[in-house]
Design a protein around this ligand. Structure first.
Ligand code: GLU
Length: 281
């Protein structure tokens, strides 16, 4: 009886010790997971994986060199460099930007991504690093004012803020969706749509490459303000702080405006005026 009791006590002690050991191991490993956030993972991996969207001049593939170039790509390269890691560029569609980020396919998206309250429920953003507005491209002389497009067939990019705005502001227009702007321009050229609408520099980039660009125009009317932010997964505060620190630094050293000049300066194909600064607003 006594023997049975002490054997039981012995077993009980071992169980308690094992439980203690297990919880200690689990505790440590749980603590480990909690501490390893996206910034740690990027630094440990030694590579920043960036999602861009093929919207020239923000990102385009240089087919000869098989590398990406553009305003967004330059920000990706500069941020990775300052983090002390390599950069890996992944081309993702406009509609896939947030889903691919959430699925951990990329660490950040630098992809003409407008910051807005709806998206801020899903992901976190850096400070704005580019500001523009949504415009339209139409056949020259077809319309006098944007109101003339009230009942028109208008193309735009699936999953973009432009799509949302068109549906909200022009409920009588027929909205036709395209995966990217190139396909929209083809449809416009064929007369399948009356107008194509997205952010001004994306329109201007493709307009300048049109062989018959004199047949088209981009009326001087913005229908929205688009502030682009770098998208990161929700709750990754250390990564957001790091990215913000880097881009504010790029503003202060003049690197950010140099990148702007490279793609939108007077000698570029899309001359624009830089009416913004990157700051904590
Ligand atoms: N800036 C807009 C957005 O975030 C349009 C981007 C695009 O057309 O690629 O949805």
């Amino acid at each position: 009886m006594l023997l049975a009791f002490s054997a039981h006590l012995y077993l009980w002690r071992i169980t308690v010790k094992l439980k203690f050991l297990l919880s200690a191991i689990l505790g440590i490993s749980l603590l480990g997971t909690a501490l390893a956030d996206d910034l740690d993972e990027i630094k440990k991996r030694g590579t920043l994986v960036v999602g861009v969207t093929s919207d020239p001049p923000f990102a385009q593939l240089d087919t000869k060199k098989q590398t990406y170039t553009g305003y967004d790509v330059d920000f990706a390269v500069a941020i990775a460099k300052q983090m002390g890691v390599k950069v890996l560029i992944k081309d993702i569609s406009t509609a896939d930007r947030i889903p691919k980020l959430q699925a951990k396919d990329v660490d950040v998206v630098i992809a003409t991504l407008t910051k807005n309250a709806e998206r801020e429920k899903l992901i976190d953003f850096s400070y704005g690093y580019f500001v523009t507005g949504q415009k339209f491209i139409v056949h020259k002389g077809k319309i006098k004012a944007i109101e003339d497009l009230t009942n028109a067939t208008i193309g735009t990019i699936s999953g973009s803020t432009s799509e949302k705005q068109l549906r909200r502001e022009m409920p009588h227009a027929k909205v036709v969706l395209f995966p990217g702007p190139d396909q929209g321009f083809v449809a416009l050229g064929k007369g399948e749509i009356d107008a194509f609408s997205t952010d001004e520099p994306i329109l201007a980039g493709l307009y300048n490459k049109m062989p018959n660009k004199n047949d088209f125009e981009i009326p001087n009317a913005s229908v929205s303000l688009e502030v682009y932010g770098i998208g990161m997964r929700k709750g990754e505060k250390r990564l957001v702080d790091e990215v913000n620190k880097i881009i504010v630094g790029m503003e202060q050293t003049g690197e950010a405006s140099k990148i702007f000049e490279r793609w939108f300066g007077p000698n570029s194909t899309i001359p624009l005026t830089r009416l913004f600064k990157i700051n904590a607003k």
